[in-house]
Design a protein around this ligand. Sequence first.
Ligand SMILES: [Zn+2]
Length: 99
Amino acid sequence: MRRHGKLEYGGHAGPQRTCVGCRVRTAKSELLHLVRVEDQVVPDLRGRLPGRGASLHPSLSCLELAERRRAFPRAFRVPGPLDMSPVRAHLEGEPRNVM
Ligand SMILES: [Zn+2]
């Protein structure tokens, strides 16, 4: 087992997480890690922010699924709605630019 670099699919040792949107278990390295900062959810791009995290496929459809299911307040154990705009902005900014 290598200590650095990405594990390939098919390996049995790679850590997996469940996407809070579509609930599909996926290699952790394929998912966007999200953390809550006060009442906002932000992408934890360096994997360094403290606190409870959630994992999401880096796709708007999974974000929308998660919002519809109110998965984020549950994942972060807060009663109220959370501001997902930093995550949305990240997802909208990153994929191929169609404009
Ligand atoms: Zn997903």
